[in-house]
Design a protein around this ligand. Sequence first.
Ligand code: UDP
Length: 316
Amino acid sequence: MKKKQKQLTSVVTGAAGFLGSHLTDLLLKRGHKVIGIDNFVTGSVDNIVHLGGNPNFKFIQQDVTEFIFLDGPVDYVWHFASPASPIDYLQIPIQTMKVGSLGTHKALGLAKNKGARFLVASTSEIYGDPLLHPQPEEYWGNVNTIGPRGCYDEAKRFAEALTMAYHREHKVETRIVRIFNTYGPRMRLNDGRVVPAFISQALKNKAITVFGKGTQTRSFCYYSDLIEGIYRLMMSDYDLPVNIGNPTEMTMLQFAEQIIQATGSKSKIVHKPLPQDDPKQRKPDIAKAKKILKWEPQVKLADGLTDTIAYFRTKV
Ligand code: UDP
């Protein structure tokens, strides 16, 4: 007789967030039991309401900077809790630093205590305003520690360092993913990031606010591609940082034009001041993900935007 395989248990911090909730859905689909933790500072109950009554999903409303008490075995800890939009972390810089530092400490402590594997959601922001383009994982970055974005960038840099410390000293199995700009359904309409901002402006036929001249570049990855890459990283045996993102790069002016076209909007473009320390260019070097995880993005921007715009139409 075939022995029944043990059901795996994952803990997802930030489970009610944009990426945390999509990750939770993927894990449930792949047979995991998921314990989601969120304090709803930037997450929303709307992102997990469809999981109500699912016997494989348990939710705990908690700030992960406080000690995490959990009964029973845990196989994987996915630490996704953090504000992630520049507008958010400008408003709550201390909470942003606390979740990146104390929250990472608690999540690592949980993984150590349970003998679980740990993955931290790091970010392309650790490269700051990069002087090397595209950005490979070996690049150490160019961050203004005391600038407005420093609270997020340095918290994530600390989170990476703490993760490596737990790996080296306590032999915790750890993974570090550096997430580049990602978009899709469940982003907050008013979170200030460029994708929800431009789409909501376009859907309301309001002016599209391009910051600065709009020559700064970003490279947008659809959430489903990103989550698949992160899943593969957790299941791999690679314990150094891996960039996950889409290398298709464009200027913010080009992006504004694409959004106007994709929504059929009458909006005009207006220019607003460029925020301090806004990175001039960003594009992941994904050679490592391709080689180690056999991963690369599949969803074209036009297709991902169609689904994202359809989602935002229900929200504006
Ligand atoms: N941006 C913009 N208009 C907006 C919001 C953002 O031109 O209404 C620009 C912003 O200056 C940055 C890029 O879009 O260069 C991406 O910004 P976002 O806030 O999405 O995240 P970032 O990549 O800077 O972390």
